[in-house]
Design a protein around this ligand. Structure first.
Ligand code: ATP
Ligand code: MG
Length: 567
């Protein structure tokens, strides 16, 4: 394509709010344009990359017998009521009404639609397993859309759904998907790591996320240097290794702690280490209040709380609720009270005696509180985030941390949707059974951004050849000069068809053209300049900056070789 005809609005300065490197580069190189918060247009270069990514995804999906369909983005509320998610999904669901007042949602995901699609058709076990996939825009009214395409409100997803007669069949497809995802991310040029993730209220080890390693990533990955252990920090289990209590049990006493709110402030006030302080929080689990205590240097992990109680319906009690319940504000809460509230404690609270706790009276704490003597704990559990350097649950050494971008996820759904929506098949005994399901997503537009996040240098993007918008950037330095223009045109005609070519025929200064070429980041560059008359051009590689002068007679072979050896 001739660059003079393509729409590539490169920018010199990008808006300050573009924090992520990939966001800045995509704006700067003229690939995307924001329409409004979290919503973007994909311009020609981005569209070509998206198509390349999508085609790789299609190939890998088809190689494991998944078949492509396209379902509606507009989904009637009735379907979501059947699954119970019309109420449960929350403000991320984009809801709207048609002219008759009937309610709809713009699909954030397609479990409901796909389950309703197959439930009338897949009646016999002989038709199973079946895997369907689609590539389509999804809509989520994210609380904090940011980092450009990494967290949008409209984004492109590949979503696949599989249907099975038994668990073994689901396991096999899950493994196929897992392998296909590993191949996809490798092929598109992403260093991604599968990690065990939390499967919400379903429980168990039923899901992996694929994390593109990147500092900007919003997820923390916990991994081992000694084994292939890798988990999302939300899921990484903390094993309890008891340590000796180091002090004699002392007498309970109440002390005044004016203006002390946080555990750190309390530790400073009492001149004691933070890990000897205990934090108390009140949560509402399925509408019932519970108290939870953990040590001062630990952070509560609400994903573990949800998994422990087997419900998504877990939220922090509001300040008003807390004051009503125990008569004190957060900051002075503690487990000594006379209310019917169950008390849960993180396992590591066991290591302490003489706890410092809130007195349920604003501005007061107890020191030397002891379990059994002064209050009881109903249950102990693993309720906190693991710390870097702690022992991993597989016994393989110490927890290492890295940041990652979730580019994909595979998930065993089981019968959650088929039971709620009455999607059954007849087994080989002629008995009706709920379909067993899996679902598998890849953020196509997020993947585009993750590729840029991992493939760049100070001058711009460096496209992996598998997804690059064009293979070759052909640049005439000065198209006003006849010999240069003619040779440029001739090479464009000759090489077009063998390579995808972006031909910079613009009447711009050489500096502008080279800057843009670096920014756009095509893997190979052919520059027609001063030596055009002699039939000599310069060939340069984007990745390593190496360049060589080549005679046009040798050019085709030289480029073929170069292309074959590209990353
Ligand atoms: P996150 O935890 O990042 O919000 P998610 O776990 O809710 O994502 P899934 O429901 O698993 O997302 O969706 C499948 C894939 O779609 C994700 O792995 C991710 O690559 C992509 N995705 C999800 N939300 C967004 C978004 N707001 N913008 C871009 N891509 C997204
Ligand atoms: Mg996910």
């Amino acid at each position: 394509m001739k660059q003079s005809k393509v729409f590539i609005p490169t920018m010199r300065e990008v808006p300050a709010e573009a924090e992520a490197l990939s966001h800045r580069l995509l704006l700067k190189a003229g690939l995307i344009k924001q329409s409004t918060s979290g919503i973007y247009s994909y311009l020609p270069l981005a569209t070509r990359v998206l198509n390349n990514i999508s085609n790789i995804v299609r190939e890998e999906m088809e190689s494991i017998d998944a078949v492509e369909i396209l379902m509606p983005a507009l989904q009637q509320a009735e379907l979501w009521e059947e699954s119970g998610r019309w109420g449960a999904y929350g403000p991320e669901l984009m809801r709207l009404k048609d002219r008759n007042g009937r309610e709809f949602a713009l699909g954030p995901t397609h479990e409901e639609v796909v389950t309703s699609l197959v439930r009338d058709e897949l009646k016999s076990y002989k038709r199973l397993p079946l895997t369907l996939f689609q590539i389509q825009s999804k809509y989520r009214d994210e609380k904090r859309p940011r980092f450009g395409l990494l967290r949008g409100r409209e984004f492109i997803m590949k979503d696949a759904y599989s249907f099975h007669a038994d668990e073994e069949s689901l396991d096999a497809t899950y493994q196929d998907m897992y392998n296909a995802y590993s191949k996809i991310f490798k092929r598109v040029g992403i260093n991604a790591r599968p990690v065990v993730a939390d499967s919400g209220a379903i429980g168990g080890n039923h899901t992996h996320e694929f994390m593109a390693l990147s500092e900007i990533g919003e997820d923390t990955i916990v991994y081992s240097n000694e084994s292939d252990y890798a988990a999302n920090i939300e899921k990484a289990e903390v094993i309890y290794h008891p340590s000796e209590k180091h002090t004699e049990t002392a007498e309970l006493s109440k002390i005044e702690t004016p203006n002390v709110k946080t555990a750190q402030e309390l530790a400073d006030f009492l001149n004691r280490p933070l890990d000897e302080i205990v934090k108390t929080m009140i949560f509402k689990v399925d509408g019932e209040f519970i108290m939870i205590i953990i040590r001062g240097h630990h952070e509560l992990n609400d994903v573990k709380l949800k998994a422990y109680f087997g419900t998504e319906n877990v939220e922090m009690a509001s300040q008003d609720e807390i004051v009503n319940l125990v008569g004190a504000n957060p900051g002075s809460l503690g487990p000594i009270h006379n209310k019917e509230i169950k008390i849960y404690a993180d396992n590591y609270v066991k290591d302490l005696n003489n706890l410092v706790i809130g007195a349920n009276e604003d501005g007061y704490h107890y020191v030397n509180a002891n379990v059994e003597r002064d209050f009881n704990i109903d249950e102990y559990g693993d309720f906190r985030f693991i710390l870097e350097g702690e022992m991993l649950s597989d016994g393989s050494g110490k927890a290492q941390f890295a940041e990652g971008i979730e580019v994909g996820q595979v998930f065993k759904l089981g019968t959650k949707y088929s039971e709620a929506m009455n999607a059954t098949f007849l087994d080989n005994q002629g008995k009706a059974q709920p379909l067993i399901m899996g679902c598998y997503g890849i953020g196509i537009s997020r993947t585009l951004s993750a590729i840029v996040e991992q493939n760049n240098d100070d001058n711009g993007i460096i496209w992996p050849k598998s997804v690059t918008p064009f293979d070759l950037h052909l640049i005439t330095i000065n198209p006003k000069k006849d010999d240069q223009r003619e040779l440029g045109d001739q090479l464009y005609d000759q090489l077009n068809g063998q390579f995808d070519i972006l031909y910079d025929d613009r009447k711009e200064r050489a500096g502008v053209k080279f800057n843009d070429a670096d920014l756009i980041g095509l893997p190979m560059r052919v520059v027609v300049g001063k030596r055009a008359e002699e039939g000599i051009v310069e060939v340069k590689q984007r990745l390593n900056g190496e360049s060589e002068e080549i005679h046009v007679n040798d050019l085709e072979n030289y480029l073929k070789d170069l292309y074959d050896n590209l990353k």
